[in-house]
Design a protein around this ligand. Structure first.
Ligand code: 4NP
Length: 168
């Protein structure tokens, strides 16, 4: 496996995508892939720029040994489409919004999280107006996808130049 960079994207970058960033980084560390995996997260919206993740995301991640407390929300930008090999929207509306602003040549880097990681088609639902059980459910959906992504990356021959065809 060569180097790969993954950007997780949701709406606000305070609930789902920071969880995905933290969980994927944690899995990469556990599996000895840290040097080969770069990961970050962003929101399609910029309302929460500079804020820490939602305390409920921090709490559920902490229960599973993942520290999100140092992350800061930011909005996706044009540079991200050059930087990242994979840009994964947590739900279908995120993917639509990412594609709307993506340069033509970068559109094939944009995928639905569940599709790219597991070959399935479902949304990681927005837990913002939910309760702790919604965050728990979202954590498990994200964890399942991130573990599968790590497995797929290890078993594929991905190039640092962004040739991710084997996992598209
Ligand atoms: P996220 O959740 O997209 O998973 O970070 C949300 C966070 C904030 C808002 C919506 C969704 N909001 O409307 O402020």
């Amino acid at each position: 496996m060569n180097n790969v960079s993954v950007l997780f994207v949701c709406l606000g970058n305070i609930c789902r995508s920071p969880l995905a960033e933290g969980v994927f980084r944690h899995i990469a560390e556990q599996q000895g892939l840290s040097g080969r995996v770069t990961t970050d997260s962003a929101g399609t919206g910029g309302w929460h720029t500079g804020e820490a993740p939602d305390r409920r995301s921090i709490a559920v991640a902490a229960r599973y040994g993942v520290d999100l407390s140092k992350l800061k929300a930011r909005q996706i930008n044009k540079r991200d489409f050059q930087t990242f090999d994979l840009i994964l929207g947590m739900d279908a509306s995120n993917v639509t919004n990412i594609r709307r602003i993506s340069p033509e040549g970068a559109r094939d880097r944009v995928h639905l999280f569940s599709k790219l990681t597991l070959g399935e088609t479902w949304d990681v639902p927005d837990p913002y107006y939910g309760d702790a059980s919604d965050f728990e459910r979202v954590y498990h959906m994200i964890s399942e996808g991130c573990m599968s992504l790590a497995d797929r990356l290890k078993s594929s021959d991905m190039s640092a130049s962004g040739n991710t065809s084997s996992v598209r």
